[in-house]
Design a protein around this ligand. Structure first.
Ligand code: MN
Length: 199
């Protein structure tokens, strides 16, 4: 059975950028529900529980058709949130030299990256996610709808932002742009650096 991971920080640690109540609901209610529904969808296909969530999503065709949509939605929800929790954190700070060099290469500058990522997040219609991914050897910014994940497209997630209203509505209501700006204060750049390096 899949389980929600525990966080490496407290719900209040991301204040004032993401409020404690949003973090608590997001982790214990929203994420938990994806896990519960994923587990329910796999009840009669229990051989698939031996796969990591990543391996499950990398090839959705291995999931019997009857359970595939539920795995795509709830398995995606489980993976996307588990990943999101690792790339945000209280330390904030700025990317180090190696990460800046990688961002320079594909987006001209850190500011170029931030602008492009923010625009993709602001312009995405409805629920979904904005991602920095590695696609072959290139860094790219993509968005996914609902709980779709770049893993299923053969891409390697490097950084993501949850664009569902449940991620920000309590504090920011309809002000998605402010939420996107706040996100840049709580990116865990150590984790991003590791993922760019392929660790
Ligand atoms: Mn979410």
């Amino acid at each position: 059975m899949y389980e929600i991971p525990s966080l490496r920080y407290k719900y209040s640690d991301l204040e004032p950028y993401i409020d404690e109540e949003t973090m608590r609901l997001h982790h214990t209610k929203h994420h938990q529900t994806y896990v519960d529904k994923l587990n329910a969808a796999l009840e009669s296909h229990s051989d698939l529980f031996k796969l990591s969530i990543e391996d499950l999503l990398r090839d959705l065709n291995q999931v019997p058709e009857q359970a595939r949509t539920a795995v795509r939605n709830h398995g995606g929800g489980h993976y996307n949130h588990s990943f999101f929790w690792t790339v945000i954190g209280p330390s904030g700070g700025a990317p180090r030299e190696q990460t800046i060099a990688a961002l320079d290469k594909f987006f001209n500058s850190y500011d170029g990256f931030k602008e492009k990522f923010s625009a993709a997040a602001a312009n995405h219609f409805g629920s979904g996610w904005t991602w920095l991914v590695k696609n072959n050897d290139r860094l790219e910014i993509v968005t996914s709808a609902n709980q779709d994940t770049p893993l299923s497209e053969g891409q390697v997630p490097i950084l993501t932002l949850d664009l569902w209203e449940h991620a920000y509505y309590l504090k920011y209501q309809n002000r998605r742009a402010e939420y996107i700006e706040a996100f840049f204060k709580i990116i865990n750049w150590d984790e991003v650096e590791k993922r760019i390096a392929g660790e």
